[in-house]
Ligand binder design. Structure first.
Ligand code: 8YV
Length: 323
């Protein structure tokens, strides 16, 4: 392929060096070395002659923005597994291909799920804050007592790739796995996890609850006050999926009342401007959306997005075509 014919790719954020090197070798990329967060207008202006967009979940492609994309643009490749930031119907209506990066971030995200679960149960943030504030003055049998994880029941909502890896890791703590999913898994993937066809059946079992479902109109506010009430008293909720899956005021109220012992969260409805009530909450373990943030996984996500672009420009169906 001559240099002049290489497809032009607008890359919205700074990507790992190895990923950018491959982009420079195979495409004409418009990179973002300063990693500036573009406004919609800036994104559109930069995309004027692009054949492809390579974006993250920080770029919100609503129907209006998609309608204004240039006519030669063929594909929106996401550097993410979640695609809730893209209006898929609008993209499909314009004949655009949309891809994501499944599989490759399951291990990293499951690690952060276990980190949130342990951090919330064992009051890790409180302990850290205490030490850093110079307030660790004594020890007693009642000091910083949390909830034991080993041997407890873990409920998982959304038993896709991340949910399945979380279940495997949690078995290392002898946890008993319950799950609710659109479809029951085949026995080899279920691995003795107990299937619940409804949330009403799952939730009363969950000493711990991990959310791993995608953000869709159907899952918006899925964990609301009514459903929190179905959890056992003192349950612990972990969310590494998307903030929109949780009714945050209801979660905060349950954390304040003691209905929930704690929550471990990596995602929020408004990122990064999260509800300030989380910052004041004592019994939360809070991370800034770092589920997939390992060097290995970020490289793999970038390469997977490039594999998808390569397929489109070779005239083939990309492996991770969402629409
Ligand atoms: C990514 C994620 O880091 O892939 C996803 O859906 O939530 C994250 O782990 C982020 O989306 C990158 O765009």
């Amino acid at each position: 392929m001559s240099a002049a014919r290489k497809p032009e790719v607008l890359v919205s954020r700074k990507l790992p060096p190895a990923v950018e090197a491959r982009l420079l070798r195979d495409y004409r990329p418009l990179l973002n070395p300063e990693d500036r967060l573009y406004t919609a207008e800036e994104l559109l202006a930069r995309a004027k002659s692009a054949d492809a967009l390579l974006i993250c979940h920080t770029e919100h492609l609503d129907a209006d923005l998609i309608a204004r994309l240039p006519p030669q643009l063929r594909v929106i490749a996401n550097f993410s597994v979640g695609v809730d930031h893209v209006d898929l119907a609008a993209a499909a209506a314009r004949g655009l291909i949309v891809t994501n990066t499944p599989d490759v971030l399951a291990d990293a995200t499951a690690e952060v799920t276990l980190l949130c679960l342990l951090g919330a149960a064992r009051r890790a943030s409180e302990g850290e804050r205490l030490i850093r504030a110079g307030q660790w003055h004594s020890w007693s049998p009642a000091f910083m007592v949390g909830t034991q994880v080993t041997g407890k029941r873990l409920g998982i909502i959304g038993m896709g790739r991340v949910g399945q890896v979380t279940a495997r890791r949690a078995r290392g703590f002898d946890m008993q796995i319950h799950y609710c999913n659109r479809r029951r898994l085949p026995p080899e993937l279920e691995a003795n996890a107990i299937y619940h066809p409804t949330l009403e059946s799952l939730l009363p079992q969950c000493e711990f609850l991990a959310l791993h479902c995608p953000a869709t109109p159907d899952t918006d506010g899925l964990l609301n006050a009514e459903r929190i009430a179905l959890l056992p008293d003192g349950a612990i909720v972990v969310n590494t999926a998307r903030g929109s899956v949780v009714d945050e005021p209801a979660l905060l109220a349950a954390l304040r009342s003691g209905k929930l012992a704690a929550a471990g969260l990596d995602v929020y409805r408004n990122e990064p401007a999260i509800d300030p009530a989380f910052i004041d909450s004592r019994n939360t373990f809070l991370l800034p959306h770092i589920g997939s943030a390992t060097r290995e996984t970020r490289d793999a996500m970038g390469f997977r997005a490039l594999d998808n672009l390569d397929a489109v420009f070779a005239g083939a169906d990309p492996r991770d075509k969402v629409v």
